[in-house]
Write a protein that binds this ligand. Structure first.
Ligand SMILES: *[C@@H]1O[C@H](CO)[C@@H](O)[C@H](O)[C@H]1NC(C)=O
Ligand SMILES: *[C@@H]1O[C@H](CO)[C@@H](O)[C@H](O)[C@H]1NC(C)=O
Length: 349
């Protein structure tokens, strides 16, 4: 009986944490299990040594903060691991790390928050306390990001992630819930709106990629666009021509890029810095480097060149709110109106 149980367990969770080569605590169980964020000290030392010997010399970025303090700070939240046994045609295990912050409010609404590149669940940390009066908050790491182990098979696209998160929410007892998506998380949440609409109460985005259409470009060259549209088109084109290459490289050369950054924390920090400097906020780089970057970088390959349709989400009926902030205060004036798509450029749903 015991053997049977053990055998059943090992089949149920596939590869063990050690076989996956994980350098952080991750209990493998199909029911949500508490965990502490605890990265192997050898990995922290390795990163510190690599940074110290970087050529040309560079201030040791890991000495600028104490990783154990970052861990202590993260561990003030309730972290969990769970293994979802496949979803949406993906047959491998889907191990997920998430923070689950339950509200004291018995009427609180469950809310799933999905981060993007180059981020982790930490993206939402500051808003957990302010929102906890109204919501139960679930903030996972996307597969391969932070402490969600990377996929071991190809096909971990946005739809698969969304299907797995829906299973997770049901396991937590949340039959219906709200979803917030940004960046890669916006791909995931948008697919959830058409794949599991009955689970979703409402959808909120602070990101929507609306590339100009041929019609927009024709109207622009015919001087028929408004000043608002011109600003948006100008910023979109500036972003595409000067700042967007990271996305093409990550989608088309995910492995080559990751091979060169997997043992260079400074190189990886530089890659992230370039994008963050152009447009978004800082998060601890090391959190995204704990797993070699391929697992996270590969999400560009899987979500932008996927079998399942990429950015061509089917239209959906779930009520969706969108707020967009530009880059008025960023270092590049030409990006001030990115990604402020005027209303007439937005899709109907
Ligand atoms: C509890 O949450 C519900 C749903 O978000 C909200 O309508 C209600 O005002 C909250 N109650 C309190 C006391 O904040
Ligand atoms: C658009 O406006 C510019 C500047 O005012 C002008 O030079 C150009 O001829 C106009 N083009 C069309 C197609 O009207």
């Amino acid at each position: 009986m015991l053997l049977h149980l053990l055998f059943g367990l090992s089949v149920a969770v596939g590869l063990s944490a050690a076989e996956r080569g994980l350098l952080f605590d991750f209990p493998l169980s199909q029911t949500p299990t508490r965990l502490n964020i605890r990265v192997d000290l050898e990995l922290v030392d390795f990163a510190q040594n690599r940074a110290a010997s970087y050529r040309p010399s560079y201030d040791n970025f890991l000495s600028l903060f104490s990783w154990s303090e970052v861990e202590d700070c993260m561990n003030k939240r309730d972290h969990f691991s769970v293994v979802i046994p496949g979803a949406a045609g993906y047959t491998g295990d889907i191990p997920i790390h998430f923070v689950h912050h339950r509200s004291m409010n018995v009427s609180a609404i469950p809310l799933l928050l999905l981060h993007g590149w180059s981020s982790t669940h930490l993206e939402w940390d500051k808003i957990i306390d302010p929102l906890a009066q109204f919501f139960h908050l679930i903030t996972p790491d996307l597969p391969g990001y932070g402490f969600s182990p990377a996929a071991t098979e190809s096909g971990m696209d946005a739809r698969t992630m969304g299907a797995a998160y829906d299973v997770l929410m049901k396991e937590l007892g949340y039959g219906t819930y709200g979803v917030v998506g940004t960046d890669v998380g916006y791909f995931v949440s948008s697919w959830m709106m058409s794949d599991v609409p009955d689970s979703i109460i409402g959808h909120f985005l602070d990101f929507m990629l609306v590339p100009p259409t041929q019609d927009d470009i024709d109207r622009c060259s015919g001087n028929q666009t408004t000043p608002e549209e011109n600003a948006y088109l100008g910023s979109f084109i500036a972003f595409e021509s000067d700042h967007f290459v990271y996305s093409a490289v990550q989608a088309q050369k995910a492995l080559v890029l990751s091979l060169s950054m997997g043992d260079s924390p400074v190189g990886f920090a530089g890659w992230l810095w370039d994008l963050r400097y152009a447009g978004s906020a800082l998060h601890p780089t090391f959190t995204l480097w704990v797993q070699a970057p391929y697992g996270a970088v590969r999400s560009y390959l899987e979500t932008l060149i996927p079998k399942s349709g990429g950015v061509d989400f089917p239209s959906y009926k779930v009520p969706t709110g969108l707020v967009e902030w530009g880059n008025q205060h960023g270092p590049f004036p030409e990006l001030a109106s990115f990604p402020l798509a005027p209303k007439r450029c937005l899709p109907d749903s």
